[in-house]
Design a protein around this ligand. Structure first.
Ligand code: PDD
Length: 286
């Protein structure tokens, strides 16, 4: 089926969808984005993604390209036109196109792109069955990782380094040896006593929507949460580890830098949270 991409008001064939060479997203990474899961043809946690997008735009003083309701319509329509049953929908908003100059241009309309793509749920399930390895890397990102910008080069470098070592994700580690988050996920451990641990929100991590929904699920499941930073050594000594993201929901981590976590297999609490994740999420009708 031919793919369709939304660009600045039009739904275009994939091959013809383009933004200008002087788009500030391309020139300066002056752009933000959102990624939401499409699950059984429906959007997962749409309101939380929209709220985060609005916050990212506000922090960078990029005017919203349209109302939240209109943005949600574009996301749904892109999903529908591409007949995505399970997959991801991406919204990207840049400050717009203007002759190259660092300060913000005046009277420029933001650029809006929406892309939806299918992901085979069986492939993700197979990954989750075995769990993934992570590679730790120094966190070389900027001081506002709470804003979801397209400035993803450190994540690309980290993911590539991880891939070369057969690891499915990279974990960034701060100067104190504490894990900040994954290259495209939030990082969690389950202590041997069965308590969940994840880094508290701040400027050093993205406030993951999946992380937020998982906090709700922990309440439902009666599991205890400690929002505090943990070290790589603590993760290696933990019973279980996992990452959360829109693309992987709850993904077991079974190795860190080639060394096993727990018994080297996905842990029971992780798997239970993975199984029940969508019960705690808000699922929007198409
Ligand atoms: N990544 N931390 C970072 C640095 C991320 O890029 C992401 C999401 C997360 C998890 O956020 P959420 O649960 O809202 O997906 C945490 C998206 C999926 C991406 O790779 O584009």
């Amino acid at each position: 089926m031919p793919r369709t991409v939304y660009v600045n008001g039009r739904y275009l064939p994939y091959a013809h969808a383009a933004v200008h060479v002087e788009d500030r997203g391309f020139q300066f990474a002056d752009a933000v984005y959102e990624v939401a899961e499409v699950w059984r043809g429906r959007l997962v946690d749409e309101a939380r993604h929209m709220a985060r997008l609005e916050r990212s735009l506000t922090e960078l003083e990029i005017p919203p390209p349209m109302s939240q309701a209109a943005l949600a319509h574009v996301m749904r329509e892109t999903v529908r036109r591409n007949r995505v049953a399970n997959g991801l929908v991406y919204l990207q908003v840049s400050r717009g196109e203007a002759p190259r100059d660092f300060p913000f241009p005046k009277d420029v309309a933001p650029t809006l792109v929406c892309i939806a793509r299918s992901i085979d749920p069986a492939k993700i399930a197979a990954r989750a069955d075995g769990g993934i390895g992570v590679k730790t890397m120094p966190d070389i990102r900027w001081a506002r990782c709470d804003i979801k910008t397209v400035m993803l080069l450190p994540a690309c470098l980290a993911k590539e380094a991880a891939r070369r070592e057969d690891a499915g994700e990279a974990w960034f580690v701060d100067e104190s040896g504490l894990v900040t988050e994954g290259a495209s996920s939030n990082a969690w451990i389950v202590t041997r006593a069965g308590r969940l641990v994840t880094r508290p929100l701040g400027h050093d991590i993205l406030p993951g929507v999946t992380r937020r929904t998982l906090v709700d699920l922990l309440g439902i499941e009666g599991l205890e949460l400690d929002e505090r930073a943990f070290s790589v050594a603590e993760a290696l000594a933990a019973g279980e580890a996992f990452v959360t993201s829109a693309s992987a929901t709850v993904m077991p981590v079974v190795r860190i830098d080639g060394r096993p976590v727990g018994d080297g297999r996905p842990g029971p609490i992780t798997l239970k949270l993975r199984l029940n994740f969508h019960h705690a999420a808000a699922i929007s009708e198409p």
